[in-house]
Design a protein around this ligand. Structure first.
Ligand code: AMP
Ligand code: MG
Length: 409
């Protein structure tokens, strides 16, 4: 327990305060807007639907009295989607209509095909008719002049569908921030080279690349740098002058070869470098000139957890996107969990649904070097600072990675 370590909440507040969102925007075509952040509210210029139309294949009718059963109607025409019947329909008249076909003036209900008997040009039905049944009204999906999507919204496939339904072919989105990363460590080897004993493949750059792929950012890979102050300094100067955000991994702890914080201090400003969280305690956050700087720990699990906790929030703020509100659930622990007071801990867990009750267990070894237990996990178990060891059977807070990764047993 380190009394100088900042709480997760205070660290987040510090990060968010130090970042303002990108001001520049660009116009892109609708398909390219996928996963980008809208820079302006989008107002609909039309109503969706645009005209009164049928929800069924059947007959549009002009009903005089809805209380009278067993009615017959003269069928006087037809209306197909894209080919409307343009004359008015008088009382006790009907037209054949297809789904999406325009409902002509005068018609006040659509009767589905299956409920109709047809003889010559006359149709009849025994079923009760309710006013406006099976009719879709203009604007019932989207009203004209309505704000459909707000600035800060991350465009997904549904949004693209909605924008297309409004005939919008170009949208204004925030410019992509440039995010670079560097790995530090004398032990690191690039993945294409053979590995010697006492060496480690540099997995963090690939991990970070994957993590960043989900964001509308331009990714820059600055490779590996040795644990030498001069080399680190040179690399940080180069990378920070070309990036909005620079993420480094490793070399940020208190070991004899950990120079990241020292270099950050020399080139820019350190806001904080210790957080009361596991994994992820040593994390140097600050700026080199305008470049936002994250010195993440070297262990891969720490990289993932601190990225999710802190870099994600920073990127959201920078991109002008609202913060994520993660779904949290309560589940019963199937095993006891070790925990030290005074820091927040994120365990990798497997959330299980057993007869509609939620249970959670650790997904494997919890060392911050054990990336395989993140692979097997479908959630974090979030244990707050004041908790000590948690016994089996206790209720704990669980943060699912996605909504579809629930395990059934
Ligand atoms: P450090 O934070 O530099 O003390 O590194 C902590 C642990 O993470 C050490 O065991 C490193 O070998 C490991 N590590 C650091 N950087 C990487 C990397 N890029 N890929 C894989 N493991 C790493
Ligand atoms: Mg190192």
């Amino acid at each position: 327990f380190d009394p100088n370590a900042m709480s997760v909440e205070a660290a987040l507040e510090n990060i968010l305060k130090s970042i303002s969102s990108i001001k520049t925007s660009e116009c892109v075509d609708l398909k390219s807007a996928y996963s980008r952040i809208l820079s302006k509210n989008i107002k609909s210029k039309i109503s969706v639907p645009n005209y009164k139309n049928s929800a069924m294949d059947g007959y549009a009718v002009n009903v005089g009295d809805f209380n009278v059963k067993n009615k017959t109607y003269d069928c006087i025409g037809e209306s197909f989607a894209g080919n409307p019947f343009l004359k008015p329909v008088k009382k006790n008249q009907a037209i054949k209509i297809m789904t999406g076909g325009m409902v002509p003036s005068g018609c006040n209900a659509v009767i589905m095909k299956e409920l109709i008997t047809k003889k010559g040009g006359v149709i009849s039905t025994k079923s009760r008719i309710i006013k406006d049944q099976n009719i879709r009204f203009p604007g019932e999906d989207i009203k004209k002049n309505e704000i459909v999507l707000k600035a800060g919204n991350k465009v997904d496939e549904i949004d693209i569908g909605i924008l297309a339904s409004l005939g919008i072919d170009r949208v204004s989105v925030k410019k992509r921030p440039v995010v670079g990363f560097v790995s530090t460590g004398d032990e690191l080897v690039s993945i294409k080279k053979p590995i010697k004993i006492s060496q480690v493949y540099d997995s963090n750059r690939y991990l970070l690349h994957g993590l960043l792929k989900k964001y509308p950012v331009e990714i820059k890979d600055y490779g590996v740098v040795k644990d030498k102050i001069k080399s680190i300094e040179k690399k940080f100067v180069e990378a920070s002058s070309n990036c909005d955000v620079l993420i480094t991994t490793g070399g940020v702890s208190v070991g004899d070869a950990d120079y990241v914080k020292e270099v950050l201090e020399k080139l820019g400003k350190v806001n904080f470098w210790k957080i009361a969280v596991k994994p992820g305690r040593p994390l140097a956050y600050g700026k080199i000139k305008k470049c936002i700087f994250f010195g993440l720990p070297g262990n891969p699990v720490s990289v993932v957890v601190t990225f999710n906790l802190f870099v994600n929030a920073a990127l959201n703020k920078l991109m002008g996107k609202g913060q994520d509100h993660l779904l949290s659930l309560e589940a019963e622990l199937l095993t006891s969990v070790k925990k030290r007071k005074g820091r927040k801990e994120y365990k990798r867990g497997i959330l299980i649904n057993k007869k509609n009750k939620l249970y959670v267990r650790k997904s494997g070894l919890q060392g911050s070097n054990i990336l395989s237990s993140v692979k097997d996990a479908n959630c974090y178990i979030e244990l707050s600072e004041n908790m000590g060891e948690v016994p089996k059977g206790a209720k704990v807070k669980v943060l699912p990675f996605t909504l579809t990764s629930e395990y059934y047993e």
